[in-house]
Design a protein around this ligand. Structure first.
Ligand code: EPU
Length: 420
């Protein structure tokens, strides 16, 4: 079994380069299924979820050539299956994007019901509502989703909840539909804009991505032999920003988009930190104990749920009592039990948690309960006195590229160890 061993405390200092966005990459790869030919995708994060998506696409007939560690050529001219490798698709969440993309490409698909991190209920009713409105029939049984359509017809879809996955999925299914599709109450996350930019680069006609109304004019086919670079990861960048604050360090992020980080910057300034942006880099530094704060997670441009555990570490160490209200997921405070093992004083109940700030955290053996919880535990380990051992690295490896190398270059004493 692998574990991360971190000996702290360390004040992080130096530069870190942000990778391509996981949640954009794992949607853009299935989006390539809509191209009857090849394209090149650059700035892909080299993470388990990207490799898994590539394996699933290969199972459907795609030919993938790795050009570098972060760049692939993908040829989808021979998509010859309409059943995805079911065991693989059940392993992670983003396999739901195969439904939208394959409805567009082959008019049918069977996938295993998407798994992913355990954050509470994760329904896909809004995805299904969108596919059905476009003319598809969708059957969910025996752990599989089976979707079919004769002809996708553009329509007007109003999402009952703001959903990243449903917005992207309906966009995918609409690109090659007949006529115009309008998605109302769409999600606005940077990766939604990125998927739309990818598709538009490949010849789609999508307008309004990044606002809450997206209009997709169906096109006959997409263009081949184009290349695209995935947007920098907002959440990875936010993770390092909050690591700088928690460790009272001084970090410069390279290859990020500071505007995507405004909501995090605002909170960092509120709790006494400093942020300075220049072009595509951002310096974050902290010279004092953080002040208490109140946080509510919200869809973009609100404070992202995917940075809630990381700011939870900061607030564990803050001067005063803070409150976090998690409004997206039912069960995203599991990490607080692990932080309490390190000396934090957090009481979580339902979708709220109270953080009574402590002066110090202390190293302990802890278990990553999901991807972002894992990132939070790394930050906690860096700030804590003594040795922290983090288990369940499978979650962290799904979404962060070379995380221990990146933290190590910032001065952290962090090692991956194989335990007998
Ligand atoms: N929802 C529904 N019905 C649906 C879809 C969503 O009720 O059909 C609800 C969910 O239960 C949740 C809310 O709507 O309460 C938002 O869910 P959303 O669909 O936006 O989430 P997702 O697409 O499943 C993506 C990211 C998550 C991130 C959320 C919110 C991917 C693969 N996952 O999930 O990322 O937390 O958006 O921003 O893009 C992570 O990266 O660690 C992660 C969990």
């Amino acid at each position: 079994m692998e574990k991360l061993v971190i000996v702290g405390p360390t004040q992080l200092k130096g530069e870190v380069t942000i990778s391509g966005a996981k949640n954009a990459a794992i949607a853009i790869l299935p989006a390539a299924l809509l191209i009857n030919g090849s394209c090149q995708i650059n700035n892909l994060p080299n993470i388990v979820d990207v490799k898994l998506t590539c394996e699933i696409l290969e199972g459907l007939g795609a030919k993938i050539t790795w050009i570098t560690n972060n760049s692939i050529k993908i040829d989808c001219s021979n998509i010859n299956k309409t059943t995805a490798p079911l065991d693989l698709t059940r392993k992670f969440r983003a396999s739901y994007y195969l439904i939208g993309a394959m409805l567009g490409r082959k008019k049918e698909i069977i996938v295993g019901l998407p798994g992913g991190c355990n954050l509470g209920a994760r329904p896909i009713d809004q995805h299904i509502k969108g596919f059905e409105a476009l003319g598809a029939t969708v059957d969910v049984s025996q752990g599989n989703v089976c979707a079919k359509v004769d002809k996708l017809l553009g329509t007007h879809i109003y999402l009952d909840v703001v959903s990243v996955g449903a917005t992207i999925n309906i966009m995918l299914a609409s690109v090659l539909a007949d006529g115009t599709t309008i998605i109302d109450n769409a999600a606005k996350e940077p990766h939604i804009v990125d998927v739309a930019n990818f598709l538009n680069t490949m010849g789609a006609d999508i307008r309004g991505a990044g606002t809450d109304v997206i209009k997709i004019n169906g096109v006959k086919e997409l263009i081949t032999n184009k290349s695209y670079s995935v947007v920098p990861d907002q959440i990875e960048a936010g993770t390092f920003m909050l690591a700088a604050v928690a460790s009272q360090g001084d970090i410069t992020l390279k290859n990020c988009i500071p505007e995507h980080l405004d909501c995090i910057t605002a909170k960092i300034l509120e709790i006494g930190g400093n942020v300075q942006s220049t072009g595509d880099s951002l310096r974050v530094w902290m010279n004092q104990r953080p002040q208490k704060a109140t946080i509510k997670t919200l869809p973009y441009p609100g404070f992202p749920t995917d940075l809630q555990p990381q700011i939870g570490v900061v607030l564990s160490l803050a001067n005063g009592t803070s409150i976090i209200n998690e409004s997206i997921w039912d069960s995203r405070f599991q990490y607080t039990n692990e932080l309490n093992k390190m000396g934090a004083k957090i009481t979580a109940q339902g979708q709220s948690a109270i953080f009574e700030g402590v002066n110090k955290l202390y190293g302990a053996p802890v278990y990553s309960t999901d991807l972002r919880a894992g990132a939070a535990l790394i930050i906690a380990g860096i700030t804590a006195y003594g040795s922290t051992e983090i288990y369940n690295l499978c979650y962290i490896d799904r979404g962060y590229e070379n995380i221990e190398d990146k933290f190590s270059k910032l001065g952290a004493n962090i090692k991956r160890v194989i335990e007998e």
